[in-house]
Design a protein around this ligand. Structure first.
Ligand code: PMV
Length: 371
């Protein structure tokens, strides 16, 4: 009954503190596969502890995912530091270690066992490492799920609570990672119209979603595969002194409120308007911060123009969104897949680095591969 009540009410930070446990498993392994996600209403700007400055919502992806195997073995009682080895695509990755250590430090208060174990973390992405696709969302989600699965071996956890706590932990690794745990459409950040919404974790969008969005397609055009010049961490930080920040945060609340009827009725015209406006606003924030910068490239702009032209001429409802980079996510309903792919191949692929793109679609969330 207590757990039942927890799922339906907004949880507090202290609800995620662990109990005191006696029976730690000696050793074992878990494997999780967690997807990437693409925001429709963007999270851009944050406070301490990865608390978002505004609420956001994303489509969970399917093909773009990180698989992480976590092997654990207990060591002595009085261990004062973390102990772990890390490999990526089968090769030891010393340069990823500081990020993982920082994550472990942040989540330690909520996971009782971390310093009792030596961990072997083996991780790989379904998408190429240098594709310009951020792996932090899927990577941190997979890692959070693996670590929390050890606690679930000690203490039974109801799925609703497990997902919220995994999302809470993933957020501490990378904000948008909290939207990569469970559900096809995930909302994160407090919004007055969404009773269960929380700044601490993502939730499955609780309102009606029209069938047209069920198998939505996302073809990711890889315009630039290299590392971007300005990291998202720096970008979020620049929102602190940004002249348009408070208007932008209000706009995100408003767009999320408007999406409610758009998603319910399947109003694609208004959907496209909100999604494209959100993408351009994200980049407008970058262009109007001090220092200012531009992550879009000439090919990005050509793609956007061609999408607008194609949509006007054919009335086929395809649109774009952007992440914090030059790549373009082309979004469209499954029912127009054939003409959309034809158009992408005929006109857009020429703007991709080495002609590379990824065909993805809405997915359902992370999957446990091994218990
Ligand atoms: O999760 P972070 O800190 O990498 O921020 C990512 C923010 C955007 O991807 C640009 C937008 C979003 O909501 O995912």
């Amino acid at each position: 009954m207590v757990i039942f009540a927890q799922i339906f009410f907004r949880m507090r930070e202290q609800d995620f503190l662990p109990k005191v446990y006696a029976n730690f498993p000696e050793k074992g392994k878990v494997i999780w596969k967690a997807p990437s996600n693409i925001a429709l209403v963007k999270y851009w700007g944050k406070r301490a502890q990865q608390i978002p400055a505004n609420p956001s919502i994303s489509f969970t992806l399917d093909a773009c995912a990180t698989t992480t195997q976590l092997s654990y073995e207990i060591r002595g009682e009085n261990t004062s530091d973390f102990s772990f080895d890390l490999s990526f695509d089968g090769k030891s990755k010393e340069d990823f270690k500081p990020k993982i250590r920082a994550f472990l430090e942040r989540v330690e208060p909520y996971l009782p066992h971390l310093k009792r174990y030596h961990f072997q973390i083996e991780t790989s992405n379904s998408f190429p490492h240098s594709s310009g696709i951020a792996s932090s969302a899927s990577g941190m989600a997979a890692l959070a799920l693996c670590f929390l699965s050890i606690e679930r071996k000690i203490q039974e956890m109801e799925d609703g609570f497990f997902n919220r706590k995994a999302s809470f932990l993933a957020r501490l690794g990378s904000g948008s990672a909290c939207r990569s745990i469970a559900g096809d459409l995930v909302q994160w950040g407090y919004h007055q119209d969404i009773e269960e919404s929380s700044d601490l974790y993502g939730i499955q969008y609780p309102f009606k979603v029209n069938q047209v969005f069920k198998n939505y397609q996302d073809t990711i055009l890889l315009v630039h595969k290299g590392k971007k010049q300005v990291s998202s961490t720096v970008g979020h930080d620049l929102m602190h002194q940004h002249p348009f920040a408070s208007k932008r945060f209000d706009q995100a609340h408003e767009n999320l409120a408007q999406l409610k009827s758009v998603l319910a009725t399947g109003d694609l015209e208004r959907f496209i308007q909100i999604v494209e406006s959100e993408a351009l606003t994200l980049h407008a924030m970058m262009m109007t911060s001090i220092p200012y910068y531009i992550l879009m490239l000439p090919d990005t702009l050509e793609i956007l123009q061609k999408i607008w032209r194609f949509r006007k001429e054919t009335k086929i409802p395809i649109c774009f969104t952007l992440d914090a980079g030059a790549n373009v996510h082309v979004l469209y309903p499954e029912s127009v897949e054939e003409p959309a792919m034809q158009f992408i191949q005929d006109e857009l692929v020429v703007h991709c680095e080495n002609g590379h793109y990824i065909c993805d679609q809405i997915g359902l969330g992370a999957k446990q591969i091994f218990e």
